[in-house]
Every structure is written in C-alpha cells, then in structure tokens.
Design a binder for this molecule. Structure first.
Ligand code: PAD
Ligand code: ZN
Length: 368
C-alpha cells in the first residue's frame, strides 16, 4: 500500500490516503517510485473546476522518479532508470506524432480525457474503488503507473526536484518561447503572468536572444523573480493598464511577441492588444471552458496581420527537448533551482494550493 493525495470533489481539500493499492504495470507500462512532484496551476484548475476532473482522482502531472518495475514489451527503459514524466505520452506513431507534433498526440489526448492510462483504465484503487490518474500520471502519489511513452530517461545525478519541474512548467514555459513562438534576436517580448510557467517563458525568451523582456504580474515578488530570470522591465498590472504601458515602452508599436500565461479572458485580450502589427500573441494559460477570444477580424487580425497561437505543452517533443533543457540547465543558462520556492511533503499539499493562490510561490515541490 502507498500514499497519495486524492481529489474527492470540486473545491474539497485533497485527502491524504495511505491505503492506495497500485497494481503491476501492464504491457508497455512502467511503475514509478516518485522522487518529486511540482505543484502546477493546472492541478489547482482541476480542483476548482476550471478543467474537467473525474474524482476520486490522484492529481499531479509534473513529476520525476525511479522505475521500479516494467511491464511486458517495455524496451526503452529499465528498472532503476531515473525518468521525467511526460503528461502527454507521445506514442511516436499517430497522425500528429508523424508530423513531429508529439505534443498533440492523438492517443495521449484520449487518455487525458479518460482519467486513465492509454486504454482508458486506471491502475490505482483506494478502499477497493478505482482512482483516476491526472494526465495519465498522478504524481501526487508515492507510486504510480504510467505509459512507457510517458517517461523520458534522465541522468541519475539530476536532482529529482529539478527533474520534476522539467516535466511541466519548464517544458511548457521554455518551450512556448523556444518552440511555439518565433522569437528573433532583439525582439521585444511581453510575458503576462510570471508564475512557475511564466518565469520559464521569460528564460526561454532570454535564451532565444530577445532584446527586451517585459514581465507583467500583479505581484511584486513575482516581478522581482522575473528580473532574476531575464526580464529587462516590469509592469505591475495592479497599477494601471499593461497594454498602454507596453505601447509607451515600444514607441507606440507594441511588442513583437506576447505570451498570456494565466488563463483569463481579460489578460488574453491584453496579450492580443499589446502586440505590434505582424506580431504574435501566444496563449499558454488554460482558461475556463466558456472564455471566448474577442477580436475584430479585420482591424484586429487581417489588417494588422496578427498571429494568435495556442500553446500546448510548449510544443515539445519530449524525447528531444528534455535532454536539451538538461544541457541548458547544466551550462547555467536555464535556472531551475531558483524556481523552487518551497520543498514540502505530500501531507502539505493543501497549503501548497493556498500559497499558489496568494501568489507567494513560483513552485512548491513535493519531495517523496
Ligand atoms: P501560477 O499560479 O504559478 O502563476 C500565475 C501568475 O499570474 C501569478 O504570478 C499571478 O500573480 C499572476 N496573475 C494572476 N492574475 C493576474 C492578472 N490579472 N494580471 C497579471 N498577472 C496575474 O500558475 P502557473 O505558472 O503554474 O500556470 C499558469 C497557467 O498556465 C495556468 O493557467 C496553467 O493551467 C497553464 C498551463 N498550461 C499548460 C499548457 O500546456 N498550455 C501547461 C501547464 C500549465
Ligand atoms: Zn502543469
């Protein structure tokens, strides 16, 4: 039996269960002893109803651990390997994977919607009842089963907390800047929302050679952190209209590229309105289902040739991008230790959600 933090209903505190049974991995699945898991806003979004959840469910999708057991037909990893979990298990052979868009993998999408693994069923039970697994993962559990295609092997000496963060916040944020957007050296980049994901957008933009990076948040602590990650200017959105301020800072043209990394209608509008003619607005934050994009087709998009582009998992092909990000971390270009505001135990998960809501932390990371 093992321990896991379980969502039992919308807006209910997660329950710490100690009676979780995890069955043996089936074909092309692996059992993972979790080393660490970050707490991402998407976990909170499942809990508060922004994203669809199927309780009882083990939340958590940003994790890393050690392979404890492998199921039949597993060939790419072995017992004892250290791995980062990919919450989009990329099958490598579907319509999208064949177009090198593994982040849109068809098989992964079906699993994500099912609350289970690739076959739609879960490997965890508590009190005899099945527990769903968020994003074919469920990293708020000491032990989990994930698809073989949902793990990426990493060096054994990489700190588990750092590795966990790569699994979502870093792949998504840095990937949004390095893969999804087309940032040219010298570009003016604006990032709205400087949490765990937004800070990674900032450092991805720095690595891509952005000339100016304008960080926008309502929280002064986050704006200070944004500077450490590469922001060259900050705007406190609680003190005046960020669009007007970006326009003023760019001689009235607007930013070359903006990123929305919160998931709110008004900040999505800001992201679209603060880019220049010919600019790109990249939407990363996950909004509620009923949020609409409001933009005049002619004056907003056609005449000004604006690109509005969604971003899923930083457009990452995980088997290529995880090693690349680890290299950037080792060379000192990618700051990952600095993202960890708090190291907590699984028992403190509800406090971690509170800290996220008050904006105190970039990331709380559970150490198992
Ligand atoms: P977070 O809570 O750590 O950060 C959000 C930041 O936004 C905080 O610093 C807030 O202070 C700031 N903020 C809130 N409201 C405003 C406002 N009106 N104006 C300016 N700043 C504001 O979240 P996170 O970084 O973990 O996640 C950010 C979003 O990204 C969230 O919606 C999450 O679900 C989404 C996400 N998307 C993907 C993807 O593939 N698209 C992956 C992972 C996370
Ligand atoms: Zn996440």
């Amino acid at each position: 039996m093992s321990k896991a933090a379980v969502m039992t209903g919308q807006n209910q505190p997660l329950e710490i269960r100690t009676d979780v049974e995890v069955e043996a991995p089936r074909a092309k699945e692996v059992k993972i002893r979790m080393g660490a898991s970050g707490v991402c806003h998407s976990d909170l979004s499942m809990l508060n109803g922004t994203m669809f959840a199927m309780p009882p469910i083990v939340l958590g999708h940003e994790g890393a651990g050690v392979i404890e057991e492998i199921g039949p037909d597993v060939t790419s990893v072995a017992v004892g390997d250290h791995v980062v979990i990919s919450w989009v298990p990329q099958c490598g052979d579907c319509f999208f994977c064949n177009k090198e868009q593994g982040y849109l993998c068809e098989n992964a999408n079906a699993a994500l919607a099912s609350g289970g693994l690739l076959d739609g069923t879960t490997r965890m039970t508590s009190g005899g009842a099945p527990l769903s697994q968020m994003a074919a993962a469920g990293t708020f559990g000491e032990v989990s089963i994930v698809p073989e295609s949902g793990v990426v092997k990493i060096p054994n000496d990489l700190d588990m907390k750092v590795a966990a963060l790569i699994g979502c916040g870093v792949l998504t944020g840095a990937g949004a800047a390095m893969n999804t957007a087309d940032i040219k050296p010298g570009d003016v980049v604006a990032v709205i929302g400087c949490g765990g994901v937004g800070l990674n957008v900032i450092q991805g933009a720095r690595i891509k050679g952005a000339g100016e990076i304008i960080a926008i948040d309502m929280n002064e602590t986050k704006l200070q952190m944004a500077k450490e990650f590469g922001a060259t200017a900050t705007i406190n959105a609680a003190q005046g209209d960020p669009v007007a301020q970006v326009m003023e800072m760019t001689g009235g043209h607007g930013a070359d590229v903006s990123f929305e990394v919160i998931g709110l209608g008004p900040t999505i509008d800001q992201a679209i309105n603060m880019i220049r003619r010919g600019g790109q607005a990249i939407l990363v934050g996950v909004p509620k289902m009923d949020v609409m994009i409001q933009v005049p087709a002619f004056l907003g998009v056609v005449l000004n040739e604006k690109t509005i582009k969604g971003c899923w998992y930083g457009s990452s092909n995980v088997q290529k991008d995880v090693p690349k990000l680890i290299e950037l971390y080792k060379s000192g270009e990618l700051k990952l230790d600095e993202l960890i505001s708090r190291t907590i135990s699984i028992d403190e998960i509800n406090e971690a959600f509170e800290a996220m809501e008050t904006g105190e932390v970039a990331r709380s990371v559970i150490q198992y």
